[in-house]
Structures are given as structure tokens and as C-alpha cells.
Design a protein around this ligand. Structure first.
Ligand code: NAP
Length: 495
């Protein structure tokens, strides 16, 4: 960690934090929580409380859903062009305010400023993409096979939605849900993670400025997510739940959603394999590895979790990535050039360390790092371990930290077996210069997404999502808006 990380806020940071709303947003108004409680949001780089905001009670969640239900019909009846233009204005405003959004994310979540700016760009693209998709909601019209009538297929908004987002991408996970919901004509209640609620509150202020009508987006921030969410999910007026977060919470929410037979979208955990074949361009593979592993300090569902490298090049690959990792600047995300910021909290540091120690205990070799960093903030050394043995916890669990773990393989079948040996199936990365092998891997790897000779795949124009226990549904692309539409078929007899 760089030397001076003491809690000294710049005037700009203080002014920005001051300008972030600290109340709930319900029916177009900023309101206090009925609980009288507060959430103290901390900077993970220092542990300092940076803002105190409203902590919603069950009643506030109910009021937010009431507001979404009340606004549903008029929003669905709002011209698609108008809905799209509000999203487009939001996109433009986000570009104007990008530096504020980036700084705010760095302060509440810890990621380096350059990465936070990258998230603003990525998160903003969902606003632009779905502003364009709002006017492309189409149907079908044609004769039935018997020739006795006309079949009309239209798409209607699903109805009021509940959107639950995680802490690791505070802006992009919100826009990835809010934008398609609004484009489709759905109203929403949004619940960000209690660890990083400020970005969502700041974003909703931006939506107000973009001209969003009251009640279309409502935000509740709460420290009691289960208690506040349960009655919303149980309410028969809710029609859809979209969740991004861990697989165990997602599974519980799917069970709860069964009662009302809710439409659900689930973006859950990952355990991405990063497979490097002996014929790979090693320079590209190392560049890809660095971004796939250390983006967001390893705290991404798409983070490469298991580096599965052909035995003939495993040592060379390990040497090269270690060289790169050894010179990573570590520190507060607001400091120039920092690559490794803090993890979200001390629990995350302890979890990363447990996985590393378990792997080392089972025979892996430590090449660099391997320890928490003492002092203020929740920092863990960027770490490389090689020769990870089967049965190690690190091969089964999401690391969610800056730890690169290498396992050797012998041949293509062995690589596929190891890569698919997980209940997760979000994304995989494959490095090979053999085109035919690349194509085979697209078919053989059980993941919803794949990067072929590239370490990052996310794009607002592409369908993001997983198979197996990584989730249900897709966000982004042509598919993203479908998650918020129901198909309606009407038969009109000819006589
Ligand atoms: P988490 O603990 O599952 O929390 C996710 C969200 O759910 C938070 O807003 C959380 O609120 C809320 N929540 C927790 N328990 C709840 C309950 N009983 N009822 C309603 N809401 C509840 O996950 P996380 O630690 O924030 O995020 C990390 C996980 O997200 C990782 O597993 C990562 O892989 C996954 N993720 C997946 C994707 C994807 O697209 N597939 C993208 C990003 C992250 P509180 O925290 O305030 O309780």
C-alpha cells in the first residue's frame, strides 16, 4: 500500500458526497425512512464513514411498490419514442457527470478511478442501447395455417419489477436492469446493496433531471434486505424479479418467486476457467489473464477464477504473470496509477486468504503475495499461486479477490474436464491460435459466454448471462429487453 492513505477528503470529494441524496426515492419524492434508522456507508480504502443515508423499513418497501404499481399503466402507455428519449438524455447527462460518478464509485466501493471511469462508460452504454431498443419492440401478424383467421403476436411490458443489485459494479448493474425495464414500459423498485447505495441514489437524481415521471423508478436502501424484500416479492402486484448477486441468495429468491410465479432474471456467481493451450500467443494470454483476473481487484462475477494452463507452458506463463503482478501499484483508488485498490471489506480479505492458505496447504506453490496488508483499509496482496491441486477450495469457490491460481492440464479433453468441473457456468476464456480448436471449445465449454483470445467480453450490445447455477436470462443485447416483455397472442377469425 502506498504510504499515505489517511482519511483526508479533498474539497471535491466532500462536495460530491454532500450532493448525493441521503433519502429514499418514492413516487418522485425524496423521503425519509419510517424506520428512523440509518446506514453508514464506508470507504473500504480507509474504513471511514463517508455518508449516512436512510435505512428503509418494510413499510417503505411497500410504499415503493405502491408507487411503481400506480405509475405502471401510464408508463406503459407512454410512447416508446418518449421512453427512449428519456433514456438517451440520461446517457448524455451521464457523460457530462462521468467524473463525479467515477469518483463516487471509487469512494464507496474502492475500485481504481480509471476502472470506475470504465464502468461509467460501460454502464452508460445500457442507457444508449436500450434508448434505441425502446422503439424496436415488434410483433408478428399473419394467417393461421388453416387460413381461417389472423394471428397477431404483440409484446406487452411485464409490469412492475423489483431490481436487486450487488456492490461490485454499483452503476453498471443498476443501468443494466433499469434501462431495459424502462424501455419495455415497466416501472421498477430498485434495491442496491447496503455496502454501495450511493451510486444508485446519485443515478436516480440524474434520471429525475432527464425528465423521468414520478413513480417509474423508486429506490429503497436498507440494511435489512431480506425483511424489506420478502413482502415485495410476495405481493401479487409485482410481476418480475431481476437479481444480480450470489448464487445462494439467488436460489432463495427463486424459491420465493415461485409463490407468485414471477418472471425472474438471475445473474449469479461465477467460477470462470481461463484455458491457455500450448499453441496460444503467450503475450496475448498474459495480457488477457491480467485483465480477466485483476479488473475490479478480482471482484467480478466474470473474473477468471481458475487458470488452466497446458503443462508445457505453465511455468513460463506463471513466470510472466508474476513479473507483471509484482509491479502493480497498490493503494487508494483515488491515487494516480493504482491498479490494486482495497477489497470491499475485511470479510472479503479473510475469504481470499483462507482460499490461498487452503491451496498452499494442499501443495500449491506461492509465487508472490499471499497475505493481507496490515494498516487501514481492506487490502490483500496481489497473489499468484501455481500447481494448485485437485480438491482445493479455490477451484470450487469464487475467490473475489486479486489471486491468480494456476492448474496444469495435459490435453484438450483434460482441459475441458477441469473447466466444466463446477456448478457455475457464466463465462470462460480460451487462448489458442488453432481456429478449429477455438470453435470446438465454444461448443464444449459449459458457459453462457466465452472470450476467445480476449480477457473481457462485457458489452451492452451482447447478451450477458450464464448457464447452470450462474443464472437465468440475459442482460444486454437484443435479448435484454425481452426479459421485461410478455408475448401476447390474439386470434382474429376472418368471419
Ligand atoms: P449478495 O450477497 O447475493 O447480494 C446481492 C444483493 O442481494 C444485494 O443488494 C444484497 O443486499 C441483496 N440481498 C442479500 N440477501 C437478500 C435477501 N434475502 N433478499 C433480498 N435481497 C437480498 O451478493 P454480493 O456479495 O452483493 O455480490 C457478489 C456476488 O454477485 C458474487 O457472487 C458475484 O459473482 C455476483 N455477481 C454476478 C453478476 C452476474 O452478472 N452474473 C454480476 C455481478 C456480481 P445487502 O448486501 O444490502 O444485504
Amino acid at each position: 500500500m502506498s504510504e499515505n492513505t489517511t482519511v483526508e477528503r479533498t474539497a471535491r470529494e466532500s462536495a460530491l458526497l454532500e450532493s448525493v441524496p441521503n433519502q429514499l426515492f418514492i413516487a418522485g419524492k425524496w423521503v425519509d425512512s419510517t424506520s428512523g434508522r440509518a446506514i453508514h456507508v464506508q470507504d473500504p480504502a480507509t474504513g471511514a464513514v463517508i455518508k449516512t443515508i436512510a435505512d428503509a423499513a418494510v413499510e417503505d418497501g411497500a410504499a415503493a411498490l405502491d408507487a411503481a404499481v400506480a405509475a405502471q399503466d401510464s408508463w406503459a402507455a407512454t410512447a416508446p419514442r418518449v421512453r427512449g428519449e428519456i433514456l438517451r438524455r440520461a446517457f448524455d447527462l451521464l457523460q457530462e457527470r462521468k467524473n463525479d460518478f467515477a469518483l463516487l464509485m471509487t469512494l464507496e466501493m474502492g475500485k481504481p478511478l480509471a476502472e470506475a471511469l470504465g464502468e461509467v462508460a460501460y454502464g452508460g452504454e445500457f442507457l444508449r442501447w436500450f434508448s434505441e431498443e425502446a422503439v424496436r419492440i415488434s410483433g408478428r401478424y399473419g394467417s393461421n395455417p388453416e387460413g381461417t383467421g389472423t394471428m397477431v403476436v404483440t409484446q406487452r411490458p411485464v409490469g412492475p419489477c423489483f431490481l436487486i443489485t450487488p456492490w461490485n459494479f454499483p452503476l453498471a448493474m443498476a443501468t443494466r436492469k433499469i434501462a431495459p425495464a424502462l424501455a419495455a414500459g415497466c416501472t421498477v423498485v430498485v434495491k442496491p446493496a447496503a455496502l454501495t447505495p450511493l451510486t444508485t441514489l446519485f443515478f436516480v437524481r440524474l434520471l429525475e433531471d432527464a425528465g423521468l415521471p414520478a413513480g417509474v423508478v423508486n429506490v429503497i436502501t436498507t440494511s435489512t434486505s431480506g425483511a424489506v424484500s420478502d413482502p415485495i416479492i410476495a405481493d401479487p402486484r409485482l410481476r418480475k424479479l431481476s437479481f444480480t448477486g450470489s448464487t445462494p441468495v439467488g436460489q432463495a429468491l427463486i424459491r420465493q418467486s415461485a409463490e407468485g410465479v414471477l418472471r425472474t432474471s438471475m445473474e449469479l456467481g461465477g467460477n470462470a476457467p481461463f484455458v491457455v493451450f500450448e499453441d496460444a500467443d503467450l503475450d496475448k494470454a498474459v495480457d488477457g489473464a491480467i485483465i480477466a483476473k485483476f479488473r475490479n481487484i478480482g471482484q467480478a462475477c466474470t473474473a477468471a477464477n481458475r487458470f488452466i494452463v497446458h503443462e508445457s507452458i505453465a511455468e513460463e506463463f506463471a513466470r510472466r504473470v508474476t513479473e507483471r503482478v509484482n509491479v502493480f501499484p497498490i493503494g487508494r483508488g483515488t491515487e494516480d496509477g493504482v491498479v490494486i485498490g482495497p477489497l470491499i471489506n475485511d470479510k472479503a480479505v479473510a475469504k481470499a486468504d483462507e482460499l490461498v492458505q487452503d491451496a498452499l496447504g494442499r501443495g500449491a506453490t506461492l509465487l508472490t503475495g499471499g497475505n493481507a496488508i496490515a494498516g487501514e483499509g481492506s487490502f490483500y496482496q496481489p497473489t499468484v499461486i501455481s500447481g494448485v491441486r485437485p480438491g482445493s477450495d479455490i477451484l470450487r469457490e469464487e475467490i473475489f479477490g486479486p489471486v491468480l491460481a494456476i492448474t496444469p492440464f495435459t490435453d484438450e479433453d483434460d482441459a475441458v474436464r477441469i473447466a466444466n468441473d463446477t456448478e457455475y457456468g457464466l463465462v470462460s476464456y480460451v487462448f489458442t491460435q488453432d481456429l478449429a480448436r477455438g470453435h470446438r471449445m465454444i461448443d464444449r465449454l459449459q458457459t453462457g459466454m466465452m472470450g476467445l483470445n480476449v480477457g473481457v467480453v462485457s458489452n451492452a450490445a451482447a447478451p450477458f448471462g450464464g448457464v447452470k447455477q450462474s443464472g437465468l436470462g440475459r442482460e444486454g443485447g437484443l435479448e435484454g429487453i425481452q426479459e421485461y416483455l410478455s408475448t401476447k397472442y390474439t386470434l382474429i377469425p376472418n368471419s
